[in-house]
Design a protein around this ligand. Structure first.
Ligand SMILES: O=C(O)C1=C[C@@H](OP(=O)(O)O)[C@@H](O)[C@H](O)C1
Ligand SMILES: C=C(OP(=O)(O)O)C(=O)O
Length: 428
């Protein structure tokens, strides 16, 4: 059970319909791509409104260790601007990836540009996250790599060229190779062979951002991506709000029958969190773009959902939390690979929902969740930010929920607990 090192957070129960406007800091996925592209660019550039969180700090530290000069300015609790001056990618560093998929999958291909060894390790659970596919690809492209999981070392330089891999375990295997690929002497051509690649919007995010940084990318053939060798153009880049982190706040509107507005919701975006507009509507919310931002209004009743979440896998914990509070059964499919996320999310969600008296089970590639009254108790987070926020969502409606280690939300949203409290106090 819990120990003093993982304190319990009494999840606040909503006393009425939530009415709040919740500005969100920058997207983790966009921030960490932009920082890396800026560090590989052909001159100094800026990344504005970057997320400030554990995952983005780890990325900044890694880029510094590999030779980039990273100067922060305009810092607030959860946001800052970076001025980044690239340098030659240097060997000899040890990189701590924490539990960040974007650091453990995006940085090794960049490290393979160095003329010498770079070593990697991370949190205990990071050693369990799948790495073999991308490390095998780096070997095939000419780098020397020890190990198939963390800890490992990468020794470049590599030539680049063509590689075939199975990215069904994580879209990040593709994104990592594509992001640094323009700097490989031969560029990179990646052919995916295997079951469908998850989190496709994140691959589109990678391709679009590469193009915005002046890189030529051909994604015209299904399951094949080609990045031409050439410079990455330095630029001034501004990060969008994190739409996946909007999920628990918008869920609060659904659970309490209130309204939550997220300012700055982009008209067009590659972020998978944009699909919350449809998913929450399917579960019974009214979703509206207003001049103030995206407004989600709930009725207090939540409909169960049948959804393939393969493209938006990182939303699964929040959707499962809503499903546990719904008045009809839910079936979530397409997300077998989230067993390799921050924790085995399918096992964790079933264990925690059922511990509260719920009725959930794993399927081969997802979850089934049937309505049942829940009771208070400990909701474990497994060092997973999205498990912690899922517990907070359930706690709005179920008295006595105590979320273990709410500070783990610092992975992508260090201010979560105070933002949650402010949302519940606010009355627009
Ligand atoms: O590239 C990215 O920024 C991400 C890709 C996805 O990974 P998977 O493809 O492993 O699901 C997503 O779940 C993760 O939160 C962020
Ligand atoms: C899967 C996630 O993160 P990571 O970038 O560590 O893979 C997530 O944020 O839900």
């Amino acid at each position: 059970m819990s120990s003093p090192s993982t304190p319990l957070w009494p999840a606040p129960v909503a006393t009425g319909p939530v009415r709040a406007t919740v500005p969100l800091p920058g997207s983790k996925s966009v921030t960490n791509r932009a920082l890396l592209l800026a560090a590989l660019a052909d001159g100094p550039g800026t990344v504005r409104l970057a997320l400030r969180s554990r995952d983005s700090d780890l990325m900044a530290d890694a880029l510094r260790a590999l030779g980039a000069t990273m100067v922060p300015s305009g810092e607030s609790a959860s946001s800052l601007d970076w001025t980044i001056t690239p340098g030659p990618v240097t060997a000899g560093a040890h990189i701590d990836v924490g539990l960040a998929g974007t650091v453990m999958r995006f940085v090794p291909p960049m490290a393979a540009l160095a003329d010498g060894e770079v070593s990697f390790d991370g949190d205990p659970h990071a050693r369990k996250r799948p790495m073999g596919v991308i490390l095998g690809a780096l070997r095939a492209l000419g780098a020397e790599v020890t190990g198939d999981a963390l800890p490992f070392t990468v020794r470049g330089p590599l030539a680049g060229g063509e590689v075939t891999l199975d990215a069904s375990g994580s879209s990040q295997f593709l994104s990592g190779l594509l992001l640094a690929g323009a700097r490989f002497p031969k560029g990179v051509t990646i052919r995916h062979e295997g079951p469908p690649v998850p989190s496709q919007p994140h691959i589109r995010m990678t391709v679009q951002m590469l193009r915005e940084y002046g890189v030529r990318v051909d994604d015209s053939e299904r399951d094949v991506w080609r990045v031409e060798p050439g410079p990455i153009a330095a630029r001034d880049f501004t990060v969008e709000p994190d739409l996946s982190n909007a999920a628990p706040f918008l869920s609060a509107a659904m659970v309490t029958g209130g309204t939550v507005v997220i300012p700055g919701w982009p008209d067009e975006t590659t972020q998978p969190g944009d699909q919350l507009r449809q998913l929450l509507a399917d579960m019974g919310a009214a979703v509206e773009r207003t001049p103030e931002g995206l407004a989600v209004t709930g009725t207090g009743r939540i409909s169960g959902i049948e959804a393939d979440l393969r493209d938006v896998a990182e939303l699964t914990p929040t959707i499962a939390a809503l499903a546990a509070l719904a008045d009809s059964p839910s079936r979530i499919s397409g997300v077998a690979h989230i067993r390799g996320h921050e924790t085995d999310r399918l096992a964790a969600l079933v264990t925690e929902i059922n511990r509260l008296g719920g009725d959930a089970n794993e399927t081969e590639d997802g979850l089934e969740i049937r309505p049942r009254p829940l009771t208070g108790g400990v909701f474990r987070s497994y060092a997973d930010h999205r498990m912690a926020t899922a517990g907070a969502v359930i706690g709005l409606a179920v008295p006595g929920i105590e979320v273990e280690d709410i500070a783990t939300t610092g992975k992508t949203l260090p201010e979560f607990a105070s933002m949650w409290a402010r949302m519940l106090e606010e009355d627009r």
